[in-house]
Design a protein around this ligand. Structure first.
Ligand SMILES: C[S@@+](CC[C@H](N)C(=O)[O-])C[C@H]1O[C@@H](n2cnc3c(N)ncnc32)[C@H](O)[C@@H]1O
Length: 281
């Protein structure tokens, strides 16, 4: 059932263990998900996603005879799915975690009932759609969880119609694990990366919330220094599939609920640590 081509050289045993680790971690994380991810749910990041999605939507070739169809891969509790539904898309949301899918279904029950939302609980590697089925495919904070994100992107490209758009977001930039060139920048990055979790812990203490810790060691496989996500491989998919255009944009991510004042120093001295891609087929 998996795509015939293997772009990343992990053996099948490790691939399966990565998928199992994702099922396990998201089983427990699901009910805390929006609380433990201030880097996703803080208001600045939410605003940035909304405006990026508007820009992406303008690029999708318009087909006036029907609503546009979006596939949200690794939809989680519906961060992007909800926004796409509000923008008028018919959405298919897929996720490997049954707990995530259940929360998403509960949140968007009305859309499920009106058949504007379909939820599929499956690893994306095993899901099949018609060729050219979707106008838009979104993938926010998911690629680094997939054992073979290159193969997955290659397959997903087949489900995207000509004139459609692929939007991949919230992945580490090529600079995430790289040392900054000056001592000041290195120090600022160190302080920023360490102060964010401290501020978030402080926030939880003030709110009186007891958040368990989660083991992301295998689930976030391509987020690690030894094997970070390779943007050149992503670019190659868009080239191979003859996309009309594609672009990677790097940005500085706010990692806390309330603004960390170091953030301004961080944006001034350091290179952005997060990236998104927009590609039009
Ligand atoms: C960090 S969360 C992102 C969720 C959501 N996209 C968001 O914006 O909040 C990653 C999601 O990818 C899902 N996932 C991990 N591996 C997957 C796979 N092989 N196929 C489908 N979904 C997967 C996880 O269950 C989880 O919900």
């Amino acid at each position: 059932m998996l795509g015939a081509s293997r772009y990343l050289s992990l053996d099948e045993d490790l691939r399966e263990r990565i998928r199992e680790a994702n099922v396990a971690v998201h089983r427990f994380e699901a009910k805390y998900y929006e609380l433990v991810h201030p880097e996703v749910y803080n208001r600045y990041e939410q605003k940035r996603i909304n405006s990026t999605l508007k820009m992406v939507d303008k690029l999708v070739a318009d087909n006036r005879e029907r609503s546009k169809k979006a596939l949200d891969v690794g939809a989680g509790t519906g961060n992007l799915t909800g926004k796409l539904l509000q923008m008028g898309y018919e959405v298919t949301a897929t996720d490997i975690s049954v707990e995530m899918c259940k929360i998403l279904e509960k949140k968007y029950k009305n859309y499920l009932e009106s058949k504007r939302l379909i939820v599929i609980n499956s690893p994306i590697e095993y899901v099949n759609f018609d060729k050219d089925e979707f106008d838009l495919i979104t993938c926010y904070s998911v690629l680094h969880h997939l054992p073979d994100y290159v193969d997955a992107l290659q397959r997903l490209s087949g489900f995207l119609k000509k004139g459609g758009v692929m939007y991949l977001d919230h992945e580490i930039s090529p600079f995430y694990w790289k040392n900054e060139s000056s001592n000041v920048a290195r120090l600022v990055k160190l302080i920023y990366f360490h102060s964010n979790p401290l501020l978030n812990t402080l926030c939880f203490m003030i709110m009186g919330v007891n958040v368990p810790s989660f083991d992301y060691s295998l689930s976030d496989y391509w987020h690690k220094k030894e094997h970070p996500l390779d943007h050149k491989k992503i670019r190659c998919v868009f080239e191979r599939e003859n996309y009309e255009f594609f672009e990677r944009v790097d940005y500085h991510l706010r990692g806390t609920w309330f603004l960390n004042p170091i953030f301004y120093l961080y944006t001034y001295f350091c290179r952005p640590e997060t990236s998104f891609w927009v590609a039009k087929k």
